[in-house]
Ligand binder design. Sequence first.
Ligand SMILES: CC(C)(COP(=O)(O)OP(=O)(O)OC[C@H]1O[C@@H](n2cnc3c(N)ncnc32)[C@H](O)[C@@H]1OP(=O)(O)O)[C@@H](O)C(=O)NCCC(=O)NCCS
Ligand SMILES: CC(=O)OP(=O)(O)O
Length: 327
Amino acid sequence: MFGFGQLIDILKKSPKKIVFTEGNDPRILEAASRLLASNFLHPILVGNEEEIYAVASESGFNIRGAQIIDPKNYDHFDEMVDLFCELRKSKGVTPEQARGILSQANYFGTMLVKMGVADALLGGATYSTADTVRPALQLIKTKPGNSIVSSCFILVRPSATGENEVLAMSDCAINIHPTEDELVEIAGESAACARIFGVDPKVAFLSYSTLGSGKGEDVDKMRNAAAKAKAKYPELPIEGEIQFDAAVAPRVARTKCPESEVAGHANTFIFPDINAGNIGYKIAQRLGNFDAYGPILLGLNAPINDLSRGCNASEVYSMAIITAALA
Ligand SMILES: CC(C)(COP(=O)(O)OP(=O)(O)OC[C@H]1O[C@@H](n2cnc3c(N)ncnc32)[C@H](O)[C@@H]1OP(=O)(O)O)[C@@H](O)C(=O)NCCC(=O)NCCS
Ligand SMILES: CC(=O)OP(=O)(O)O
């Protein structure tokens, strides 16, 4: 069963440094003050020191002991510029352009991870997902063996049995129109992510159709992706194409696809595109009383994660722990 205790235990054995790109956001400062009060995850705040301390003191958060790095007077800035130019040489970036780009906290923070100054990064409290993720895609790149970076939300809600109900939803944040093959990769990565959070994955490739009840290109895409995923991960219970009600409600499953071992019990949901995924996870979060952790980036070569701009300090704290523990 998923509990933050296990992730904190991992960090206690091997404390990590996490960089926050929005160092002067009150939600980040509240989370940083909580992290500083324990000793398993050390925050690095990007921004102007005076400004950060002013916001912290106005908001009543004690951030004494936090490392603050200001791109404007970073000792290793020249070294960072050189490395950036090397990494982006195929794009013909000049040192002057690099200096401008690296004065932005999202690029600067990502380079701190690339240079090994920080182990992990969390951003997106005010930066959009695109602006948080793009530097990572450009500089950190996909893991060997992966063709794309994608993402997963872990949704957690207390259930009547007292155990948490834990679900995984993908890709709600990165790939706008994933292809069949990308959906297969997203499913494999999401199932692996779900397992980390104690879920025994049962994967549903979602659609407006269940096993041929509806027709159309989008139905074909989810059916073909599910078939390819079954062939690629024979050990993984997979169903698709399948509607959400048949995926989660045993009574509906008995009517729509009685033979399926996944239908009625799915817990890892693959959405056809980002429209469905992003709307879907936010409905679960805002109307279904699930806590939503993510987007957790999958297939990226270093632990960097995004926040929703609607996040609160408690979500920042939890996402910081998730990000660093998965490092
Ligand atoms: C992720 C995203 C920002 C990338 O878009 P982009 O920056 O316009 O993409 P580009 O095609 O210019 O690619 C930029 C770089 O990222 C890489 N890239 C783009 N998508 C990628 C992916 N899914 N996986 C791995 N690398 C990717 C490209 O190869 C390129 O690398 P290069 O500069 O070294 O050649 C875009 O897909 C997006 O906006 N997704 C939706 C984000 C969003 O709004 N989510 C909703 C809220 S959570
Ligand atoms: C994940 C997500 O939807 O991010 P935002 O709310 O910041 O757009």
